[in-house]
Design a protein around this ligand. Structure first.
Ligand SMILES: Cc1ncc(COP(=O)(O)O)c(C=O)c1O
Length: 417
């Protein structure tokens, strides 16, 4: 299935079986939404904006309701947030506020892939927001498979990356950037070690390839400290950093941002011009909510995230306990225990098909996502399924795994017969 069709397929399954438990949806838990007091946070930001620009409150409020600058209006606040939470030192001029991570990805692709031979690289499998978009604009994206061995060995990771880049060059493509979701990855749940991240920077600066670091799950760490971001380790100026407030504040606001690899006035201008042609500007009303929230939190989301993180950790634990309870006796079935994020991966002893997704939803009332949906590689592992634990409550997670285990048991039996 083409990446472009995957979202449609999953939407079709959930539309046809609305009562099915979805272990496919990585939507945030809605129980925290009501703690975001939209009018108060907007007011907070308007006071700040009025003080900063020497305007009256009424004048600032009026400006907020108008069209606004394409680059955004909360860039200075974002720069302070990045320093506080990610140790990323950047200036407001190098940040562009976007409609979620998704728009940041599209802007970078359009900016980087200008010549016919230009292509994007991606660790594979990976989030389909980027690969689907590249396919939709008729550009090339080259998958770099990430087997278990390279995830555990940064030297093997580096060697594999170099070989794949050379192979891509031999095919006549010019890789411009590599897409990496290196912390609590979607779909696999892994995190790259600091050694892996440094190796990536090393290889990419040698080959003059930029890195697109997409980091929507970095703050959802359930075991100790967050790892350093690639951007904070980058001394070469090769990393585009992409952030989102969809999971940390509210998905409906559609506020994200991108940080340029290095200060280049022309490049900022080019990206801002592109943004003005795609969405004009990110809603200033929504930016004001994020701005107000960050001001109220003194730029760091650590305090407001903690209760949310605790809930997701408990859901991860509920999923792992349910897997142990219902599938622990099946030695051929294994699963990962991610240290953060929204997803874990179950490995089953049979090839999963598109039809299985339908069958499981229809007959067992559970929706899951096969990992091959996220893969562009020709020979991809069809025995992995991704389970999202962010959206369902603990009791439903248990019931969903009970049903899923019946499906897996049926499939194993079917394969033996
Ligand atoms: C890795 C990754 N990047 C980006 C996004 C999209 O983020 P946003 O809602 O900010 O566009 C998602 C959403 O699920 C994601 O998993």
């Amino acid at each position: 299935m083409k990446q472009l069709e995957v979202m449609n397929f999953l939407n079709e399954v959930s539309d046809r079986f609305p009562a099915a438990y979805s272990l496919a949806s990585g939507r945030p838990d809605a129980r925290f939404f009501k703690s975001i007091d939209l009018p108060r946070l907007q007011q907070q930001f308007i006071h700040y904006f009025a003080d900063k620009t020497g305007r009256s409150f009424a004048e600032s409020q009026e400006l907020l309701l108008q069209y606004g600058p394409s680059a955004g209006i909360i860039n200075d606040i974002l720069a302070q947030h990045l320093l506080a939470d990610e140790h990323i030192l950047t200036s407001p001029e190098d940040i562009i506020v976007t409609n979620g991570c998704q728009e940041a990805l599209t802007l970078i692709c359009l900016n980087e892939l200008s010549k016919p031979e230009d292509c994007m690289l991606t660790l594979d499998p990976s989030y389909i927001g980027l690969s689907g978009f590249i396919q939709s604009i008729g550009k090339h994206i080259e998958p770099i498979s990430i087997g278990e061995h390279v995830l555990h060995d940064s030297i093997a990771f580096k060697a594999n990356l170099e070989v794949e880049i050379l192979n891509t060059l031999k095919k006549g493509y010019q890789p411009k950037a590599i897409y990496v979701n290196g912390d609590f990855n979607n779909p696999l749940g892994f995190s790259l070690s600091e050694l892996h991240k440094k190796a990536l920077i090393d290889v990419c600066s040698t080959f003059k390839i930029k890195i697109i670091e997409d980091n929507p799950y970095g703050m959802f760490n359930y075991e100790g400290q967050c790892a350093a971001t690639i951007k904070s380790l980058d001394e070469q100026g090769c990393v585009y950093y992409i952030g989102s407030f969809a999971k940390t504040v509210l998905p409906a606001l559609r506020v994200g941002y991108l940080v340029l690899p290095a200060r280049k006035i022309d490049e900022v201008a080019q990206l801002v011009a592109l943004k003005s042609l795609i969405s004009v500007n990110t809603s200033q009303i929504c930016q004001a909510v994020i701005g107000g929230h960050l001001l109220e939190q003194e730029f760091s989301l650590e305090r407001s995230i903690q209760p949310v993180r605790d809930v997701y950790k408990s859901k991860r634990d509920a999923l792992v306990s349910a897997l142990e309870h219902y599938l622990g006796g099946m030695s051929q079935v294994k699963w990962t225990i991610p240290a953060g994020g929204f997803f874990l991966v179950v490995s089953v002893p049979f090839n999963v098909t598109d039809e299985d997704v339908f069958r499981c939803a229809e007959l067992y009332g559970v929706i899951f996502t096969p990992v091959y949906f996220f893969s562009l590689a020709e020979h991809t592992n069809k025995r992995l399924i991704r389970l999202a634990f962010s959206n369902l409550c603990e009791a439903k997670i248990n019931d969903a795994v009970c049903k899923l285990s019946e499906f897996i048991e049926f499939k194993i039996g079917e394969n033996i017969r």
